[in-house]
Design a protein around this ligand. Structure first.
Ligand SMILES: [Fe+2]
Length: 187
């Protein structure tokens, strides 16, 4: 049964309380994780338009909430079949919960000394397919790439410490060994 009592305003209110009373990012993520999971599984935020993906981008980013300073941003993100992202970080912490369909995450680590602007070497750490209810908890600095290898549009619920386009985050090309800014189109 859907949890229709857990509305966006209630979720955001509880998140503000956690952010204001957590001493470390690890504590914050550990305490937010069950809230994000509960909200993702609730029936209070779903709309059919969240399945619309940007044709060139290959995924659709639908903003549900952000604070006036762009912190605590909540998005519904949809992925077209064959769509995905290059390896990227988030410039802040992030928590993602699968909602509809299976999304493959590949995790990477950066192994260069970060002294050359625009240059980055990555090493693949592993991969996992996330299904509805699964949580991807990403401390600041986590690098991953996401792809939809299924034959239909998938949907996941994303919460970030800062709105994606205000977090100064990077995308990487592991073959060309490049780093550049990663901005997304928001629907
Ligand atoms: Fe990401």
């Amino acid at each position: 049964m859907k949890d229709d009592a857990y509305t966006l305003s209630r979720f955001v209110g509880e998140m503000r309380g956690v952010v204001g009373s957590s001493a470390t990012e690890d504590e914050l993520i550990a305490r937010l994780r069950p809230l994000v999971q509960r909200f993702a599984g609730s029936g209070t935020w779903r709309e059919s338009r969240q399945y619309e993906v940007h044709p060139q981008q290959g995924f659709g980013v639908h903003l549900l909430q952000e604070e006036p300073d762009h912190s605590l941003a909540v998005f519904a993100v949809s992925w077209r079949p064959g769509g995905g992202t290059p390896p990227h970080d988030h410039g802040d912490w992030g928590i993602v919960v699968g909602v509809d369909g299976a999304e493959k995450n590949v995790f990477w680590e950066r192994i260069d000394d970060r002294t050359r602007p625009g240059y980055a070497e990555l090493r693949k750490l592993g991969e996992k397919v996330f299904v509805p209810g699964d949580v991807v908890a990403m401390p600041t600095g986590t690098i991953h790439s996401v792809s939809n290898e299924s034959d239909r549009v998938t949907l996941s619920l994303h919460v970030y410490g800062r709105h994606l386009n205000f977090a100064k985050r990077s995308q990487f090309d592991p073959d060309k060994r490049t780093e550049e800014p990663f901005l997304v189109r928001i629907d």
